[in-house]
Ligand binder design. Structure first.
Ligand SMILES: Nc1ncnc2c1ncn2[C@@H]1O[C@H](COP(=O)(O)OP(=O)(O)OP(=O)(O)O)[C@@H](O)[C@H]1O
Ligand SMILES: [Mg+2]
Length: 504
């Protein structure tokens, strides 16, 4: 982008800005000459494909990493944070893509981490709880309504309240002027998204500058005032959200038109591949279900409804409390090894805990899935390269460590590993979380293709447009109980949302 984009009036109006930012990681040029400018009292969205450089830019603004070249300014003065603490003192706080909170600590302990209050050398629990209560109340006047209590263990909270705790913690530090949120809604339920948005609007009223990264473009349309689009480490667009269209954003992000977001072909549903009979998991039940070859069946529901528990039980990761799971004609005991042998594979929701080995290469992560089989290194490399191309994984080469990839690209590696198994029944838990719009279209195409070749797909998603775009039938889960799967043609998003929120 030419420098003119943030000169003149834009430069004067801006609270935080960057110019000419460069950042390399080894051979990867994550940022090249990035220009950025956001104002006080606005929600500024940062858009871009996986690996475009969004998180890198934010980490630089928040003092987590340092640029190789370029300048930052904050409130009209040069700004050069050497570490996150320096950024916080200057008023810039960040909530990372995967916020670091401690499950075994309480809400108030989490909020005081690093800034513990002591009295006579002892932790002052009362002061910490008061501090937490005040910070939560400032963010959410109805924090009690969401039942977030300072003395509660974090492990007791769902993803939505946790996200709000992370934000409250960021805000409570020093005098926050710029709040950076890196994909804050990727694991939130609808109702929690609304809580978050209400909180963000209040912060905007108070004059905060909120920088907001998200792949949910429809949400960005609703919440943001202005936007910057990054592509290949450079800013390629800056504008008012009110003047923008989804198509225009996608064109800017991808550099071309994405015509068909949800490619769909004829699916012939065949024999029963998976049958659940009166199944109860730890999250409740019953969950009856019949999945046929050649179909994509979606499970909608709120976060915490028990959808992940159900997929885990089917894959043999957890036991069932009652009922029977049949794969083909087999109804015996289950374990992941048995399931894999039966041709059932699973893409876990939590790629960090169960999915990938961050310190291993992309190649090993993709190829090692067929555990005992030896693969010649040359062949492994060739095959990994093929998957990298097929899923458009942004990386240097197959030997790059998975931990170095951007969030969305890590998810693609996990997906490649599953697809490589060429299983008959795929269990997909939030398969496109954190994945950009063009890659999502690609993944939907792959799912469609699998179904048209007679595979059976059971897919959990909290993103309704995707369930409606991809699935043949959708069933709704509410508090562990699974409703009847109905053809998408007979459903509409409102009724699905309603069913998800109200136990019948
Ligand atoms: N620590 C690192 N070491 C090596 N490469 C890195 C590192 N951090 C980021 N990169 C690379 O820099 C580029 C930009 O990554 P970044 O995380 O900023 O992307 P992003 O826009 O946030 O993507 P996503 O939407 O997937 O989160 C990517 O190619 C990524 O692989
Ligand atoms: Mg990122």
């Amino acid at each position: 982008m030419s420098e003119s984009l943030i000169e003149g009036p834009e430069a004067e109006a801006s609270l935080v800005s960057a110019r000419g930012l460069d950042k390399r990681f080894g051979l990867t040029r994550a940022l090249q000459g990035v220009e950025f400018s956001a104002r006080a009292g606005e929600i500024h969205a940062v858009l871009g494909e996986n690996g475009a450089g969004k998180s890198t830019l934010m980490k630089i603004l928040a003092g987590v990493i340092r640029p190789d070249a370029g300048e930052l300014s904050l409130g009209g003065e040069a700004y050069q944070p050497n570490d996150p603490a320096a950024a916080q003192r200057a008023g810039v706080a960040i909530v990372h893509q995967e916020p670091q909170l401690c499950e075994h600590l309480t809400v108030s302990e989490n909020m005081s981490l690093g800034a513990e209050q002591t009295r006579g050398g002892l932790l002052d629990r009362r002061a910490m709880e008061q501090h937490a209560r005040r910070a939560l109340q400032e963010l959410l006047p109805d924090a009690e309504a969401m039942s977030i209590r300072p003395e509660q263990l974090l492990a007791e909270l769902g993803p939505g309240p946790r996200q709000l705790v992370a934000i409250a913690r960021a805000l409570a530090s020093a005098d926050c002027r710029v709040l950076i949120l890196d994909e804050p809604t990727s694991s939130l339920a609808r109702s929690d998204v609304e809580h978050l948005f209400a909180a963000l609007r209040r912060l905007r009223e108070r004059g905060l500058c909120i920088v907001y990264i998200s792949h949910f473009l429809e949400e960005v349309m609703r919440i943001a005032d202005r936007y910057t689009v990054l592509r290949d480490g450079a800013a390629v667009g800056l504008g008012e959200v009110a003047d923008a269209t989804l198509d225009e954003w996608i064109r800017l992000m991808v550099g071309r038109d994405v015509r068909d977001l949800y490619p769909r072909s004829e699916h012939q549903s065949g024999e029963v591949a998976l049958e659940l009979d009166d199944v109860w998991t730890g999250a409740g039940g019953p969950a009856p279900l019949t999945l046929r070859r050649g179909e994509v069946l979606g499970i909608a529901g709120l976060v915490g409804a028990g959808r992940t528990e159900l997929l885990r039980a089917v894959f043999g990761l957890d036991g069932v409390r009652r009922g029977q799971i049949r794969v083909g004609a087999y109804a015996g005991p289950a374990s992941p090894a048995i399931r894999l042998n039966q041709g059932v594979g699973m893409l876990s929701e939590d790629r960090q805990a169960e999915g990938l080995a961050a310190t291993m290469s992309i190649r090993d992560n993709i190829i090692l899935s067929k555990l005992r089989a030896f693969v010649w290194p040359r062949r492994a490399r060739r095959e990994a390269t093929r998957w990298i191309e097929k899923l458009d994984i942004a990386c240097r080469d197959p030997d790059q460590r998975v931990g170095e990839l951007s969030g969305g690209n890590q998810q693609k590696v996990a997906l490649a590993r599953l697809l490589r198994h060429d299983v008959d029944v795929l269990l997909l838990d939030e398969p496109t979380r954190g994945i950009d719009v063009a890659s999502r279209a690609q993944i939907y195409g792959l799912i469609d293709d699998l179904a048209s070749r007679g595979r059976a797909v059971l897919m959990v998603s909290s993103y309704l447009p995707e369930l409606f775009g991809v699935c043949d039938r959708i069933a709704v889960m509410c508090r562990g109980r699974l409703g009847v799967a109905r053809p998408v043609a007979d459903l509409d998003p409102e009724s699905v949302l309603h069913e998800a929120a109200v136990a019948s």
